[in-house]
Design a protein around this ligand. Structure first.
Ligand code: COA
Length: 628
């Protein structure tokens, strides 16, 4: 069997499973293992953060959102939690026991809680998209040629992963866990109730191409295990076009993968009942990636919005929504208008390894000037028999997606006045600085602080996933107020900015060191449920609700190419704000919901620009002043 059933995640997490897996063999070349995993043994185990210090850190983080009276109640509950011999101590001890018995006390729970057990549609709510630099295609031939070279780039990247020839990434001097790279290609999330299942096809030799809502299996290695030539892949793409135009558009079955997971799980069971469908589903499940060759869009401007819509939800008017299979970990999308990028199902990995794949492809892929060449294989159409029930489910999924898309605002922004270099030259952390710009933009737009989720990687630890950086702090609020105060002078403004950036950097450093608060609390609640212990009142306090109502869902996903990630907001009255800081520019992927009366993406976007402008202007003014 090429695929592995990874359902029992608590016993066999993906990363644990794959460490045990023998190396894949795709190439006829003698496989010489590189050093990608050579530092895995140096990775420490994720610590269980100390209870008292974590609770103190939490109490600091909730101050911007509570009145004095509310803070008194929160402190009282916190004292009860950390009291010697109390339930907090018991839960903490249980977590420490778990940490000694497992490679990573958190990862399996996180995989279940954040992903496989999360029931909202993966589209908008969970799967991020990444837009690559725009291409110019004269016609479908250019589109297909680019797509074929993109596939070749994916296969080259896969060879690096399989042969472990990538360098180990580091954070400072600390090596990072590289196993997430092993999880991104050939992985598939299948809908089940109450938990989805993850599959990983280690020895897969095919991709699946979606065209006009039809799905085709395309073999990409010859019988000796060598990658096909780009021109041979291209030939198969052309054959797909001819076949699809002859047979007509597909039944749009892929749109079911955009549904609520329980609904999709029911349709999936119904669909799988037919042997032919089952076979097609398995071929999709075991594919290395999905390649989506999209039909023309019905609206093509403004680019910053329509390309984002195409990549995240299949187009403003759902033109290409059925041309997707959103359970596949990686779907590359190549639109006729030159919009290219990917949509990725989040459960197996975080953004940075996906950005690594994308950077590699962005550098390597090009419009192939050579005509197609005969391939040893022909693409095979994956047929679906659609019964009445499934036909109705497709219609419902289409309507549900339309409501979601109609309500979603997206925008890809380039801030071109400066980037990381300027911020570093001021002696400030670029990430913390951008976070403060986001805080200021929110404060300026809403006249109040915005609780903010920023992703911190835990890949310094074996099997590490993420921790939350609580970017909104007392210092960030003081900075926002000072910056918006016309009476404050340059020195005060710059002083408040530096203090806020430093406070954020301190929190970041503790989060990446495995000493945040959110995953500890997640773990304490989870272990209480497992041990049949009542969850302490502390976890139901108002402070918990307001400080985790993340109106700002943010993340830095650094890419070398001018590419940017984006996703939907976390809460109905929030913003999604992902960024890629270049040396002299910053790319942002922004989102909000239209039906929220309080959010406004246009205002937020211009506030973000104003904030970045002003922060630079004051820093420059301050430095000129100090030189005088
Ligand atoms: N003065 C001058 N330079 C500074 C500085 C200062 N005070 N502070 C930091 N810098 C430099 C750093 O040395 C670094 O230099 P480099 O570009 O040569 O490596 C650079 O600025 C960037 O550092 P910084 O902006 O502080 O951020 P970071 O790179 O440490 O990243 C996180 C911080 C939180 C983004 C990172 O730790 C992380 O977790 N990334 C992954 C997030 C993730 O998983 N996202 C995906 C979610 S799907």
């Amino acid at each position: 069997m090429v695929s592995r059933f990874l359902r029992n995640v608590s016993k066999q997490a993906i990363w644990a499973h794959q460490r045990l897996a023998p190396p894949a063999k795709f190439s006829s070349m003698a496989i010489h293992k590189g050093d990608m995993l050579s530092r895995q043994s140096e990775l420490p185990k994720l610590p269980v953060p100390p209870l008292k210090e974590s609770v103190d850190k939490y109490l600091e983080s909730v101050k911007p959102f509570l009145s004095q009276a509310e803070l008194v109640t929160t402190r009282k509950l916190a004292q009860e939690l950390v009291a010697p011999g109390g339930v907090g101590e018991t839960l903490h001890k249980l977590l420490q026991d778990r940490a000694t018995k497992t490679d990573n006390w958190l990862s399996d729970w996180w995989l279940e809680g954040a992903y496989l057990g999360y029931r909202n549609p993966v589209v908008v709510y969970s799967s991020p998209a990444m837009a690559m630099p725009r291409q110019e295609f004269k016609d479908f031939k250019h589109q297909f040629a680019y797509a074929a070279s993109l596939v070749q780039a994916v296969l080259d990247f896969k060879a690096h992963i399989d042969n472990e020839t990538m360098s180990t990434e580091v954070q400072g001097k600390a090596p990072l866990d590289m196993m997430q790279y092993k999880n991104i290609l050939g992985t598939h999330r299948e809908p089940h109730i109450p938990l989805d299942k993850l599959f990983h096809a280690r020895d897969s030799k095919h991709i699946v191409v979606a065209y006009q809502g039809n799905f085709y299996e395309v073999k990409v290695y010859d019988t000796e295990g060598r990658q096909l030539a780009t021109a041979q892949i291209l030939q198969q793409l052309h054959e797909i076009r001819v076949d699809s135009l002859e047979k007509g558009k597909g039944p749009q079955v892929g749109i079911l993968t955009t549904q609520h997971r329980d609904l999709w799980a029911q349709s999936f069971e119904n669909l799988s009942a037919h042997p032919k469908n089952r076979q097609s589903l398995q071929r999709i499940r075991d594919a290395i990636i999905l390649l989506c060759l999209d039909d023309p869009l019905t609206e093509v401007t403004p680019w910053s919005t329509v390309s984002a819509q195409q990549l995240l939800v299949g187009g403003k008017n759902g033109e290409n929504a059925g041309n997707r299979w959103c359970d596949k970990a990686i779907q590359f999308i190549v639109g006729l208008e030159g919009n290219v990028g990917l949509l990725y199902e989040h459960s197996p990995a975080e953004g940075p390894p996906v950005a690594g794949l994308l950077d590699f492809c962005a550098k390597q892929a090009s419009v192939w000037p050579i005509p197609p060449e005969q391939s040893p294989f022909r693409p095979e159409k994956l047929d679906f028999t659609i019964n009445v029930g499934i036909g109705q489910d497709i219609q419902v999924a289409r309507n549900d997606l339309k409501k979601l898309v109609d309500n979603l605002e997206l925008s890809l922004e380039t801030y071109g006045k400066y980037g990381k270099d300027f911020v570093k030259s001021c002696g400030l952390s670029p990430d913390s600085y951008i976070q403060m710009a986001i805080q200021l933009a929110f404060y300026r737009t809403h006249n109040c602080p915005g609780a903010c989720y920023e992703t911190a990687t835990l890949r310094r630890f074996l099997g590490g996933r993420t921790e939350t950086i609580r970017s909104c702090s007392e210092e960030s609020v003081r900075f926002c107020r000072t910056f918006l105060d016309n009476q404050a002078n340059v020195k005060d403004k710059v002083g408040s900015l530096r203090t806020a950036v430093e406070a954020h950097k301190r929190y970041t450093n503790s989060a990446v060191a495995g000493l945040g608060v959110d995953r500890l609390f997640f773990g304490m609640k989870r272990i209480a449920s497992e041990a049949g212990i009542q969850i302490p009142n502390f976890f139901f306090d108002k402070s918990m609700v307001v400080s985790t109502h993340f109106r700002l869902s943010t993340s830095q996903v650094a890419a070398k190419s001018r590419s940017v990630m984006f996703y939907g907001p976390l809460v109905p009255d929030g913003y999604g704000c992902c960024y890629n800081p270049g040396n002299d520019y910053i790319l942002f992927g922004l989102s909000d919901y239209k039906d929220c009366p309080t959010t406004n993406l246009d205002d937020f976007r211009s506030s973000l620009r104003d904030s970045l402008d002003q922060m630079r202007d004051y820093l420059v003014a301050d430095s000129i002043k100090s030189k005088l």
